[in-house]
Design a protein. Structure first.
Length: 359
């Protein structure tokens, strides 16, 4: 039976009155989704969730062909950001971090859109580097490492890119916590691949072409860090975060509908994940749209993500994968709270959410 790693970031949705004082908030505007998470620290070094929000905005729609963010995609993202800003007006915040990732990194008008979003919402949005994205994913998933894990290999299959983080476990780190050894950001995400391949990933030939291309990039990273050899020596935990790996877990567990508490922290035998991948592939597009763990909004993105996962499995065979339903938002909250507990080095610049976001 698969087991579950203890999960300190799982949150309680209800708190006593007044618990929101001094809350921390994180916004992640990705290539496909806009997400908000608001939480307060706990004595265990984690946090409790006070509020959350997620909306599919498809900010990177058309980017691969046009090289720019489209007006309709930017408008969708602004609506979601305005909803986040309105939610944040309801409670006092100690700190807020808002980031955007690959779509704005790659788009010719990415910086201009961020400036427009800042003016419209009052949110202090910034474009983060691929390295910081990998570090934040590591920060959120590091609690899933066990004391005996010398290394962690974390993959984050996003909408516009895939980040691979090679991690030193806390026991091997002079800092006493997980530490990033190296990372790679691949120009392959579920949205960009879906647009580039069209229906290609629904055929064995098209699927295999993507696997071959991604595996070639991964092999170069493997040669730098000898990750395959380390896996054979033992003490390396393979971890995955993103909709792809959580979907594979939901299918492998035969869930009637997706459930985060049943998936986050689950240690899944890779044989089960591989079978789930085969099951998803045989469903076809219409079957994916109807599957309770996929649905119509994500049906086009599942098989491109599965092809990236298959490449990871090819280059780094492992007996199991730890599934993480957490990401940049959780990493931002944990980082802010850890920094808040440390002696201050300099004051943070003031910020204020606009009381009436522009339409």
């Amino acid at each position: 039976m698969p087991d579950i790693v203890s999960n300190p970031a799982v949150a309680s949705p209800s708190l006593p009155s007044g618990a929101a004082h001094g809350a921390f908030a994180a916004i992640d505007l990705g290539t496909n989704n806009c997400r908000l998470l608001v939480g307060i620290p706990t004595q265990a070094g984690s946090f409790r969730v006070l509020d959350s929000y997620s909306r599919v905005v498809r900010l990177g729609e058309g980017l691969i062909t046009e090289g720019r963010l489209s007006e309709t995609a930017m408008d969708r993202a602004l609506v979601a950001l305005q909803a986040c800003a309105q939610k944040l007006l309801r409670r006092p915040l100690k700190r807020l971090v808002a980031v955007t990732t690959e779509a704005c990194r790659r788009a010719a008008n990415g910086a201009a859109f961020v400036a427009r979003a800042q003016a419209a919402t009052g949110l202090p949005i910034r474009i983060i580097s691929a390295r910081e994205e990998a570090e934040l994913a590591m920060e959120s998933c590091a609690p899933l490492l066990r004391p005996q894990d010398r290394r962690g290999l974390l993959f984050d299959i996003g909408g516009g890119s895939t980040e691979i983080a090679w991690i030193r476990g806390a026991g091997d780190s002079a800092q006493g916590r997980a530490e990033l050894i190296g990372f790679i950001s691949l120009p392959f995400g579920v949205v960009t691949l879906a647009e580039r391949m069209g229906q290609g990933c629904y055929t064995p030939e098209g699927f295999d072409r993507v696997v071959d291309e991604v595996a070639e990039h991964l092999a170069r990273f493997d040669r730098v860090h000898s990750i395959g050899r380390e896996i054979r020596d033992g003490g390396v935990r393979l971890m995955g975060t993103s909709g792809t790996v959580t979907t594979l877990a939901g299918v492998a567990l035969s869930l009637p509908r997706y459930s985060r508490p049943l998936v986050d922290g689950r240690v899944l035998p890779c044989e089960d994940a591989d079978q789930a991948l085969r099951d998803l592939f045989t469903l076809g597009r219409e079957g994916l749209r109807q599957h309770p763990c996929v649905g119509p909004e994500r049906a086009d993105f599942v098989l491109p993500g599965c092809a990236i996962y298959a490449a990871i499995r090819r280059v780094w065979p492992s007996s199991c994968v730890t599934v993480a339903d957490r990401g940049l938002r959780e990493g931002m909250l944990l980082r802010m709270m850890r920094q808040d507990r440390s002696p201050p080095r300099r004051s943070s610049p003031p910020w204020r959410v606009a009381s009436q976001p522009a339409p």
